[in-house]
Unconditional design. Structure first.
Length: 358
């Protein structure tokens, strides 16, 4: 339990022990938690200065009841022992900086690069605590913003399609009602007798509305809903059904094809293994021009955000660094928390994290 994110309950069956009793014994006697020298301030901050390295990541995660903690991690540890450099309660710049200042200046000066997302607070923390570090904004956060803009275009069309379908249903009900009233009037005029078959088969009052279906069996609303995941994937990885769905989507909504093309081209800029910082800058300039021609507000906002932080985004091409190690560590912490079915004793949970990842 000192080295793996497992719970006492997971040891109950294979070792034939009483989980609750073993958990209490581990906490009070076996682990050394009660004599832990960091116990007094553990809930507010923990610093492991020996884990510092030239390449760090900074991110945030929720430990208990949505309470955020800022985590600085060492990429070289790959989410294992020695990964956590510091974990600080909250995201307030002053609190995180104060905790990191417990690391000696010459140790912090060794940091050459820190990867992060677009957070302004994290940017300020890195600038104050790691003065010689290059800031690299995670390429996947950049791409995610672009994907979100594309999905907003899809969602807008889906809402319009849902509204059109609701109107068609209401028109169908109204038409059935009018037909029923017309039949009553004819019956009343003829003394309650029907005179043979007149014209086409009349609509029943309770006749079910059937929306128009496309060649693959989807309605327009279903097409827009089911296209969500294929739009996040490269076209060469589509299945046959996804290819058909994409063709129908792009035929009905040409702007969706443009939005997908913009998202894909941004991904290709970062995927180019031969790209340099200079070539990446030129490629982004061409991408901005395409976004301007498209004229969508969501994409314009993304382009403006990228342009504002372009230098830090382009730093990706120096070492091809991302925030993947921090996301991996966050995922392990969340899985550990899920095994516990929530964190009750935050200090003890942080003690376990320090043993496993500190």
């Amino acid at each position: 339990m000192d080295t793996s994110p497992i719970t006492a309950r997971s040891l109950q069956k294979p070792y034939h022990i009483k989980a609750d009793e073993f958990e209490r014994a581990y906490k009070d006697f076996l682990s050394g938690y009660r004599t832990w020298k960091e116990l007094a301030h553990a809930e507010d901050w923990l610093v492991f200065y020996k884990n510092i390295g030239p390449h760090l990541s900074i991110d945030e995660t929720a430990l208990s009841d949505g309470e955020l903690y800022t985590i600085i991690s060492n990429k070289a540890a790959h989410g294992g022992k020695g990964a956590i450099v510091a974990i600080v309660k909250g995201t307030k710049v002053e609190d995180v900086v104060k905790a990191l200042m417990h690391i000696l200046w010459y140790e912090r000066a060794k940091v050459l690069e820190v990867t992060m997302d677009f957070s302004e607070s994290m940017h300020s923390i890195v600038k104050q605590c790691f003065p010689y570090a290059t800031i690299t904004i995670d390429r996947f956060h950049v791409q995610k913003d672009c994907y979100d803009a594309m999905q907003q275009v899809r969602i807008k069309h889906r809402r319009e399609a849902q509204r059109a379908e609701m109107e068609a249903r209401e028109q169908h009900k109204l038409r059935n009602k009018k037909n029923a009233e017309a039949r009553k009037k004819r019956l009343a005029k003829n003394g309650g007798k029907r005179k043979g078959k007149q014209g086409r088969k009349p609509n029943r009052k309770n006749e079910k509305y059937e929306p128009v279906r496309l060649s693959n069996g989807d309605t327009v609303c279903e097409l827009l809903t089911r296209s969500r995941y294929l739009l996040m994937t490269s076209a060469d990885k589509w299945t046959t059904s996804q290819e058909i769905r994409a063709r129908l989507l792009f035929e009905l909504y040409p702007d969706m094809k443009t939005a997908y093309s913009l998202s894909h081209s941004l991904r290709m800029i970062f995927n180019n293994k031969n790209a340099t910082k200079e070539s990446g800058k030129k490629s982004l300039a061409q991408w901005y021009a395409k976004v301007g021609e498209f004229g969508d507000d969501n994409f314009n906002t993304v382009a403006a955000t990228i342009y504002e932080r372009q230098g830090e985004i382009l730093n990706y091409f120096i070492n091809r660094s991302t925030n993947a190690s921090a996301e991996s560590l966050n995922s392990k912490i969340k899985q550990f928390r899920a095994q516990l079915h929530g964190v009750i004793d935050v200090k003890f949970f942080l003690f376990r994290l320090s043993k496993i990842f500190g």
